[in-house]
Design a protein around this ligand. Sequence first.
Ligand code: BGC
Length: 442
Amino acid sequence: MLSATYHFPTGFLWGTATSSHQVEGSNSNNNWSAWEAQEGRIRLGHKAGLACDWWGGRWKEDFDRAAESGQNAHRLSLEWSRIQPRPDVWDEDAIDHYRQMLRGLRQRGMTPLVTLHHFTDPLWLMELGGWENDNTPTLFEKFTLKVVDALKEYCQNWVTINEPNVYTVMGYLFKAFPPAKNDLKACFAVLKNMVRGHAAAYRAIHRLQPDASVGIALNYQSFKPNHAWLPFDRALADFTHNNFNVSFPNTLMTGKFKFAFKSIDLPEARNTQDFLGINYYTRQMAAFNLLKKEDLFIHLTFPKDAEMSDTGHIANVPDGFFEAMKFAKGYSLPIYITENGIEDADDDLRPRYLIQHVHQMWRAVNFNWPIKGYFHWSLVDNFEWERGWTQRFGLWGLDVDTQVRIRRTSVDVYEAICRENGVASAMVQQYAPSIYSQLFPE
Ligand code: BGC
């Protein structure tokens, strides 16, 4: 049998990604904690509760796990509602908590990538209309100035906003996230203000830290027509791609914001990215459906013969990941894979999914596309938004009642990849023999 390795460049970042509300626990001042208290909002009535108890200090043991298993980076987010619990109050203890965490990463040899906004908003901000309010970008800029000034000693890489596209469609079109609206005008306003908020934060960070690297984390989905021969399906797949994938990063390049059927100039957004972060999970097929008026007549399904995750949330389509990176390199910026992963409680599919996706990334790197790092979602099982605890994305499992961590085989797989800085044939033979001949054809 041949022995070969797909290597990555020296200095490549290998980490995992998390977000504040999903891991910290005991959040009670943001829109998600309020949402979880309402009946029928979260699957099985689940609540974030203690989550992974990072606010109680368990980040230390989880960072140990990450470092001891070969990871050299971690992406986490700051909880705005803790740092600014009321419009006129800054909580220095909360800021210090994050300072300790970032110092903790550095002490363990891990490079931090910090997200300033990952889905949650302070309650007081939502009372002011959240991101529909044209003043929110200014408030976000103030928050950014405060935290970046306090934490810049420990971090140089910043994601301003995580998945503005998901935040907007889930909250203002598909009614799955708070505030559960179905309103295209509101979508436009929210996205526009997220562009403005990003642009203001981008400049604020560079004022405080000229050599900072600032970008967004975009959720890229590979959209294909359900029936390639149907013009309607083709047009809808293009429409979905343009609005979901293209609109936001293009605005940050050109200063022209186009969404749905409207466009406006936002010149302050021009050239406000130092890198592009890509979160890739899956592919979806778009079909025209007259019954789906609320969803703009778009019916999305997964590719028919794809291997599916536990609860049918993700189809394993590694070439969609390659497509995502090809799209990203069109911006001529460094690229980080800021999220990629799968829900898989029994860890049957994850080892294969992980290896297949890292292999696609190797292909991209070998075309000299500027991919600088990969952050697997996630380190430990955490609270999955409207899906609660029904989905398990962690390399480590979590027993939510006891806080016990369960080491999955995927920890070993990812550790092998991180330590090798690549994918070796022996790993594939050991952890995913069914794809061996696909990855290493003789
Ligand atoms: C989000 C994460 C989430 C993950 C898996 C991404 O869209 O950024 O917060 O946990 O998907 O559901």
